[in-house]
Structure formats: structure tokens, C-alpha cells
Ligand binder design. Sequence first.
Ligand SMILES: Nc1ncnc2c1ncn2[C@@H]1O[C@H](COP(=O)(O)OP(=O)(O)OP(=O)(O)O)[C@@H](O)[C@H]1O
Ligand SMILES: [Mg+2]
Length: 389
Amino acid sequence: MAPSTFHPDIKQILEDLSDPAAYSHPVVSVRTIQTHVSCVFLTGDYAYKVKKPVDFGFLNYSTLELRKHYCGQELLLNRRLCPEIYLEIVPLTLRDGRVCVGGEGVPVEWAVRMRQLQDRAMLSACLVDAYERATEDRSLRDVLPFYQAYRACVRGNIALLAAAETEVPASERQRQREIAEAAYDIAWCYSRRHQRPALLITVGFSGSGKSLLARELCRRLPAVLISSDTVRKELAGVALTARLKAEHYTVSQRGVVYEEIRRRAYRHLQRGEHVLLDATFLSARERNAVSELAQKYGAEFWLLECRCPDPIIRQRLRSRSAHPGASDADLAVYEKQRLCQEPVVPPAFVDQERSRHLIVHTDQPVGAAAHTVVTHFNAITGFPARAAL
Ligand SMILES: Nc1ncnc2c1ncn2[C@@H]1O[C@H](COP(=O)(O)OP(=O)(O)OP(=O)(O)O)[C@@H](O)[C@H]1O
Ligand SMILES: [Mg+2]
């Protein structure tokens, strides 16, 4: 058989390149790392990456030409960032019937030669540093989790493909399913890495301006708005502007409404979404119940205490009767609230960093009040600011 038509299979490459004698430089021992698409041989000073002859449709390494091409591409791309790590592509040839690196014979396979680093995390860090040095672009760190999530998804998809192959033994298929599950879990974690959900609540008397502020905030922050007044009317099955009778405002009815808003908040937090709860939250018990929810989901907890001078609240409530909204609260309700207010004490969190108490002066124009909250929120959480819609 002519040497040029002989292609060692991956099993032989793995076997032969595990031998220190296969290299043209001194090697004490060889460690191999395998992924679904490549084998990496760690020799001490240098690492060699050989692509496997796989074809997943979206990624095709099925011929020697394709593998050589993609080795070249990998080198080209990565050398722009880390020329000191990505060195060259080298042929694998046969010597006495065994695969070796370099050599004079006809190439039977190709490898990317790299300087070996202590670990993969170090390689990633090097690439990010080099990119930042080269481009002065600091956004890579922010988008990196997205690519890590994407890569984990690809890994999961590849494992699922392997799990579906009928010629693969059942035990191996099961293992591939487990790999896929783990990969999707990792993807999920990465996708949420920059998105620890936040649970924000308003606190304040009726007429202090909570609902107006909450609506304004949701135009500027990617948060889901849940309002107690809306929920109450939904539960009662009436239109938003319909007035509800006193029986809907008993202590037990209030309990039902608060429980429902916690239930809805929980659904969104679970999906990693930020939630803003618009309700009076005048009792410490209600605040504590909802802060426990935040703690349970590792969410940031924000208390937005809406403060407004008494005469302004009275004036707002008087003019409210002319423009009915979702809230039925009037001056009489406000008077009662004043009698039983409980000062806001931020709930004790195990991790104090995650519980915040912000006093918002809602006698100022709502745009200015919202701006203060958003600026604070973005500065602390590092969430990207979203322009007002
Ligand atoms: N910053 C503001 N500037 C001017 N008007 C405001 C401001 N905030 C609220 N208002 C007005 O005051 C009234 C009461 O505000 P809002 O409905 O937001 O209060 P609330 O705290 O949600 O009350 P409730 O507890 O009854 O739901 C509304 O008519 C609203 O338009
Ligand atoms: Mg309101």
C-alpha cells in the first residue's frame, strides 16, 4: 500500500502519540485529553491538537484536507491573539509503521502545535487578556459567558447525537445522555452568570406614587411588573377601573393577593427574570415573606421606599377620584395606613450585599425619581442599562 493512501485511524494515533519517542523533542511522558472532535497530547513543553475525522453537519472534519484546512484556520485565528501560544501546524508522518510528529514522510494527519500552559483556564485568560490588549475592547468579558453557554450547548448537542447512534452500545449511549445533561446544565449556569435575578418591591402609602414610579422603571429596566391592584382585580374577575367593595380589602383578602403576587414573582425569578412588585408592603411581615423568596432564589432584593410629603399625598388622592385607576385607595384608606405603619428595616440577609434599601422621593417628577433608581441599580448590579422604550 502506498504511504500516501494509508490513513492511521484515531485509535492508532492515540496509541502512537502516547509514546514519548513519537516527538522530535525530549518528552518524559504524554498525557492525552479527548473531546468529541479532537485529541490533545500534552508533552510537557508543547501540546499537539489532532482533529478527529467526524462529520456533524455543522462541523465537518471527515477528510484529511478538511482537517488540515481547519487546523490552519484555528492557527490563523488564535495566532492573532496569542502568537506566543499557537505556534504552527505540523504534519504527522509514518516512521517504521508508527505515527510520529514531523518527519520526512508523506503527511498522514495534521496537528496544531501549541505551547503548553498549566491549564485551560490559563489559556482562556491569556486569550482574553491578549484580545483586550490588541483591541482595547473591554466587552469580551461581558459576552464571554454567552459564548461559554453556546459552546456548552454545542457540546450537549454532540453528546445527544452520539446517544442516538444505534451502533453505539447501550451503556455508552446512556453515558452520552448524561454528558448532554451536564452540558446543558452548564449552559444554563453560564447563561445566568450575568443575570442574577433581582426582586424589587415598592413600599409606601397609597398616593405616594408607587405605581407611577413602577411603570416608569419598567420602561428603563428589563423587569416584569406585577401590581397588587391589578392582581386583586384579576382575582375578583372585574375590570381594572371597577371599584371593589370593602370585602375585597379585608386582612385575609390582602393575604390572598400578596400570596398570589409572590407566586407570580417566583415563576419569573425561576426563569432568571427581574421582577418588580408594586404594592404598599406596609407590614414588615409582607416584606419579610417576599424577601425570603428572593433569598431562596439567590435574587438581589431591593426595597424602594417611596416617600412623599403628607400634603402632596392628600392632594393626589383627592384628585384621584376624577381619574379612576387600578387603585381604589382614597383618603380614608391613607389615614388608616398612617396609623399602622411599620418603619422599613431591610430584612437581614445572610449575604447583606444582596439586600438594599433605597429611599425614593416621589414628590419629584417621576422621570427624575426613576433615573435615580436605575442609575443605582445599574451601578451596583452591573446589569446593562436598557434605554427607555
Ligand atoms: N412623581 C409624581 N409627580 C406627579 N404626580 C404623581 C407622581 N407620582 C404619582 N403621581 C400621581 O399621584 C397619583 C397617585 O399615584 P400612584 O397611583 O402611583 O400611587 P400609589 O402609591 O401607587 O397608590 P396606591 O397605593 O393607591 O396604588 C396618581 O394620579 C399619579 O399620577
Ligand atoms: Mg398603586
